[in-house]
Write a protein that binds this ligand. Structure first.
Ligand SMILES: Nc1ncnc2c1ncn2[C@@H]1O[C@H](COP(=O)(O)OP(=O)(O)O)[C@@H](O)[C@H]1O
Ligand SMILES: [Mg+2]
Length: 367
């Protein structure tokens, strides 16, 4: 980084400073090196590919939640002049990829021998078109079923003349933490370590947990309520005749109420049933508000329900869906040091954004 910064790099530096200033903060020391590296990438992307000796290297930013990774990549993307850029949430990309792969596999079956690899390639082509930069927020892999598709997808992406920038809560070696499946994913980890510049964004402060009275994002307008507090929070509890099925991703789920701007579910129906991220995305696309009642302490829920709940919170937070959780404190009774708590780290940080009307005076007294 001793070389003199070019024009685009300088412009990106100024852009980062201005964007932080507008939100009333300065870059954390742990954000500075990644911001510089993104500035260098901006410089490279300003040149046509044929002018570069090789396509710009891929970046992998990782660190604990709330350290400002997403802010860095979003601000970077926002400051880039090129229209050939895409930012996709990992879950969302994956859902679309699954759909695309299924379509192409079916088409290839009809017309001759089927090749999965070609279906993945085609689906990726369609999703990415002529893009030169792909930002993939919150990359992670937990599911054995996904492992193979993620592995193939990564190889496909890294082989293209597209620069991939990902954020993750995991260092590459920590991806696919389940010891049963970790070895399946190791070749992908090696590939990431070899082909991507890995940068950590691991400052000391979780900015999400800091009080931010003047900034309230959509998610923060939601709340966590004890049973019985719904009306006080401005929610009208569902009447029996409001119950109806809601169409989600290729299925219907039984909602307790469906109104213009709101959908109301029980935890059992949404998190204990066999639902998945595409269902939550479909709900998030249609409803600005989601109420989930009957929430148990997650320590008492099944492992699957915990994972579904964590994914639901991710989707709501990412899509700015106002989320009301009614019932117990989901995080109550979770042993602080357990792997269980570590897996729920991001969820905990996001739940801290929810208002807790009954508790506000106490919270304020503490800060
Ligand atoms: N240097 C900073 N100082 C204060 N707040 C910050 C800083 N960087 C980012 N933030 C804010 O902190 C919150 C969490 O940042 P985010 O990028 O979502 O974290 P991560 O993606 O690492 O989980 C966001 O509201 C973001 O705008
Ligand atoms: Mg993030």
């Amino acid at each position: 980084m001793t070389a003199r910064a070019g024009k685009q790099h300088e412009a990106m530096r100024a852009h980062f400073r201005r964007a932080a200033q507008e939100r009333g903060f300065t870059l954390d020391p742990a954000q500075e090196a990644p911001a510089e590296r993104l500035g260098r990438l901006a410089e490279e992307l300003a040149h046509p590919l044929w002018r570069l000796r090789r396509p710009p290297r891929h970046l992998y930013l990782w660190g604990p939640v709330g350290r400002g990774k997403s802010w860095l990549v979003d601000t970077f993307l926002d400051g880039l002049a090129t229209p050939q850029k895409r930012r996709l949430h990992f879950h969302d990309f994956f859902r679309r990829l699954h759909e695309g792969v299924a379509q192409h596999t079916a088409a290839q079956h009809a017309g001759g021998p089927h090749t999965d690899g070609a279906a993945v390639d085609q689906a990726v082509d369609e999703l990415l078109g002529d893009c030169r930069l792909l930002v993939f927020d919150e990359f992670h892999a937990h599911d054995a079923g996904d492992a193979m598709l993620v592995a193939r997808l990564f190889r496909t992406l890294l082989d293209r003349r597209i620069t991939l920038v990902t954020t993750s809560n995991y260092p590459p070696a920590g991806l696919m933490p389940d010891p049963l499946y970790h070895h399946l994913f190791e070749p992908t980890i090696w590939l990431i370590e070899e082909r991507m510049d890995v940068l950590d964004v691991a400052g000391r402060t979780d900015f999400r947990r800091q009080p931010r009275p003047e900034h309230v994002d959509g998610f923060a307008l939601g709340a966590r309520l004890d049973a019985g507090e719904e009306a006080a929070a401005g929610l009208t509890p569902p009447r029996a005749d409001e119950a109806r099925p809601v169409a989600t991703h290729h299925r219907e789920l039984p909602a307790r109420a469906v109104r213009d701007d709101l959908v109301w579910f029980g935890f059992a129906e949404l998190c204990e049933g066999r639902t998945a991220v595409p269902d939550y995305l479909a709900l998030a696309e249609r409803f600005p508000t989601l109420v989930l009642d009957g929430v148990p302490p997650l320590a008492e829920a099944s492992a699957d329900a915990r994972r579904r709940f964590a994914n639901l919170v991710d989707v709501c937070c990412d899509r700015g869906v106002r989320l009301y959780l009614v019932g117990a404190d989901p995080l109550a009774g979770l042993p602080a040091d357990s792997t269980l708590m570590r897996d729920l780290d991001r969820t905990a940080s996001r739940l801290a954004l929810l208002r807790q009307p009954g508790r506000e005076p106490q919270e304020q007294a503490r800060t």
